[in-house]
Design a binder for this molecule. Structure first.
Ligand code: FAD
Length: 476
């Protein structure tokens, strides 16, 4: 019996949930409603039984944003209907469980594309709006929330609200990016981007050190997309060298064969690698290289190949192949082994980025914990309350987690936090798994955190909406 005398939540609902990187495990009572109305009942159930409730999309957040240890988790993926679609105006209204994959497949044949996408097509739009995701075009296109015309939401106090930049504006700019802690998006209206072709012009080239990487990304920020792969294992002043990809949409007239490139089949990712190795084998084939020496070897070969074959060449690539490169290898994160991985993504103002990221990469090497994948992007600030973006760069670093290094990784993250904070930098809840509430107050500012708390108190005075991330980053 619960404290209220009701039957406890059914044991058969207990599920072992994980973060995307499989480095955190959190059993929770899992519900998978099919209708929006059932969410009101679940808020009520949580309230009566004295549980907190976390919302969950596809669970692609790297950290603990969609985990709620020992409490209720509500998976929204069955709410996945397209509610309205205007192919003339490129405006779509969807339920929050619609995924990026469902979205592009629906709109591409009509000549439209989601204006902002993450590096995988698996997340739900509810999850993308809650994190206010950015793409490789953040400088050009801003965050996902900047393309939302309107959303409807169910608040934990039972109210429903409609928000747009001009209607309930404060709630619009606060709920987007607030990681599902203020309410549930129940419908999302999005303005899509008109495209003339399903292909893009992509140019790839290498740069020999971190400073040149940052300069090159900055110089190409006016392309539609620009992103850098960073080698974090090479020694000395070559650390941070890498390869840049910039891409631009094709213009009308430039694109031949438009009809074909807009077909879903044209966008499909291949089933095998080099036409031979089945994709499902790849995580196992990659696993032996997931150590310092193995990744150093892979990076060295990759850099040498990129610096010679096709360096500075421009080629055509489909929108899907360019944007969702990581989906080429389903389950690639499993190659990190039993302990999984975490990602550490920091955002640093432009003028401090070269020194700060160099300090960070050298620190990782000195601690014997180099990142096996580094990704560099250019960002611009936005108006959202809990924004991660700023006028500068982000570097996302993936780290392998083992029983042996878990504690040392936490210490390393603490040391890197100090580097970020002294530049006035920021962090990103969708990726984070190590920040403390004190660090969150420092990067967001006391005033912002106070405003967020007041807003939460006004819509969720009983603190029903929680997550492991909420307790770690806002309650301590
Ligand atoms: C391989 C990979 C690449 C990625 N690349 C990028 C990238 O380039 N840029 C980027 O910004 N992010 C990126 N991400 C992160 C990812 O886009 C975000 O974590 C996103 O939030 C995941 O969506 P989801 O549906 O899986 O949500 P979940 O991870 O399940 O949940 C995320 C948050 O959304 C909340 N939420 C879910 N549904 C709702 C709803 N209906 N209403 C309110 N809140 C809700 C949850 O409570 C939680 O706080 C990447 C992730 C992976 C795994």
């Amino acid at each position: 019996m619960s404290a209220t005398g009701e039957s406890p939540l059914p044991q058969e609902r207990l599920a072992r949930l994980e973060n995307f990187g499989h480095s955190l495990r959190a059993p929770a009572y899992l519900y998978q409603p099919e209708r929006i109305e059932q969410f009101s009942d679940l808020f009520e159930l949580a309230r009566r039984q004295g549980f907190s409730l976390a919302l969950r999309g596809s669970g692609r957040s790297y950290g603990d944003a969609a985990l709620n240890s020992g409490q209720i988790v509500v998976d929204q993926r069955r709410l996945n209907r397209v509610l309205d679609w205007d192919p003339a105006a490129g405006v779509i209204r969807v339920e929050p469980g619609v995924t990026i994959e469902q979205l592009w497949k629906h709109v591409l044949p009509h000549g439209w594309w989601p204006p902002v996408v993450p590096g995988t097509m698996l997340p739900t739009l509810g999850g993308c709006l809650a994190a206010n995701i950015h793409g490789k075009n953040n400088w050009q296109a801003g965050t996902f929330g900047e393309h939302v015309l309107e959303f409807e939401a169910l608040l934990p106090n039972g109210q429903t609200v409609k928000c747009s930049p001009t209607e309930n504006g404060e709630m619009f700019y606060s709920m987007i990016g607030s990681m599902g802690l203020l309410g549930l998006f129940t419908s999302i209206a999005l303005q899509l981007k008109r495209i003339a072709s399903g292909d893009m012009n992509v140019t790839a080239w290498t740069e020999g050190n971190l400073e040149n990487m940052l300069t090159a990304v900055d110089e190409h920020k006016e392309s539609d997309y620009v992103v850098g792969w960073v080698d974090c294992l090479v020694g000395g002043n070559r650390i941070g060298r890498g390869q840049i990809h910039s891409a631009r949409y094709l213009k009308k007239g430039e694109a031949q064969d438009t009809g074909r490139t807009l077909r879903v089949e044209h966008q499909g990712l291949p089933d095998s690698y080099f036409g031979v190795v089945p994709k499902k084998w790849l995580p196992d084939l990659m696993a032996p290289f997931m150590n310092n020496l193995g990744t150093w070897g892979v990076n060295t070969v990759k850099f040498a190949a990129n610096a010679t074959l096709g360096n500075h060449k421009t080629y055509r690539q489909s929108l899907v192949a360019f944007n969702f490169l990581l989906d080429y290898i389903p389950g690639w994160e499993r190659s990190y082994g039993r302990g999984g991985l975490i990602q550490y993504q920091s955002f640093i103002p432009g003028k401090f980025a070269a020194d700060a990221y160099a300090e960070m990469l050298h620190l990782c090497k000195r601690r014997g914990l180099p990142s096996y994948l580094g990704v560099l992007k250019r960002h611009r600030p936005d108006k959202f309350l809990l924004s991660h973006a700023l006028d500068g760069f982000s570097l996302a670093l993936d780290f392998r987690v083992t029983d042996e290094n878990r504690k040392r990784l936490k210490e390393l993250a603490n040391e890197m936090d100090a580097i970020v904070l002294k530049t006035g930098g920021r962090f990103y809840f969708a990726k984070d798994s190590t920040l403390s509430a004190e660090k969150v107050r420092r990067y967001l500012g006391e005033g912002t955190v106070k405003k967020f708390r007041e807003l939460k108190n006004s819509v969720d005075s009983e603190n029903i909406l929680q997550s492991d991330l909420y307790r770690r980053c806002f309650l301590n």
